[in-house]
Design a protein around this ligand. Structure first.
Ligand SMILES: [Zn+2]
Length: 106
C-alpha cells in the first residue's frame, strides 16, 4: 500500500494533530504514515480512514446488488427453464449479499 497522499496528510493527519492526539515517532508498517496515540490507543489514522472508505465502497456494491435483485424479482420469465436460471442467479446475488454483510461486520 502506498504512503499517505497529500490529501490524506491535509485532511486526516493535520486535523488529528490539531485535535490533541499525540504523534508518535513510529510509523505505520503498512502505509508509512506516522502513528498516533489517543486515549491510550495507538493507531494509524490513514489505514483507519482507508478501511472506512473500503466499507463505503462495499456498501455501494451491496446497493447495486439489491437493485439488481429487485429488478430480477420484478421480471420473472414465464418459461420454466428461464425461470430456473433466473432464480439461480437471484440465489447467487443473495449469497453475495450475505457475504458482504459478513465482511462489513454488521
Ligand atoms: Zn497505516
Amino acid at each position: 500500500m502506498k504512503g499517505p497522499t497529500e490529501w490524506e496528510m491535509r485532511n486526516i493527519i493535520m486535523p488529528l494533530m490539531l485535535s490533541g492526539a499525540k504523534m508518535l515517532d513510529r510509523h505505520c508498517p503498512k502505509c508509512g504514515s506516522p502513528l498516533f496515540e489517543k486515549n491510550g490507543r495507538v493507531f494509524c489514522p490513514v489505514c483507519e480512514y482507508r478501511e472506512r472508505q473500503k466499507k463505503g465502497e462495499m456498501k455501494g456494491v451491496e446497493e447495486r446488488l439489491r437493485e439488481k435483485l429487485t429488478e430480477m424479482a420484478n421480471s420473472l420469465p414465464s418459461d420454466i427453464d428461464e425461470l430456473e436460471k433466473h432464480l439461480r442467479a437471484m440465489e447467487r446475488i443473495i449469497e453475495l449479499l450475505e457475504r458482504y454483510k459478513k465482511l462489513g461486520g454488521e
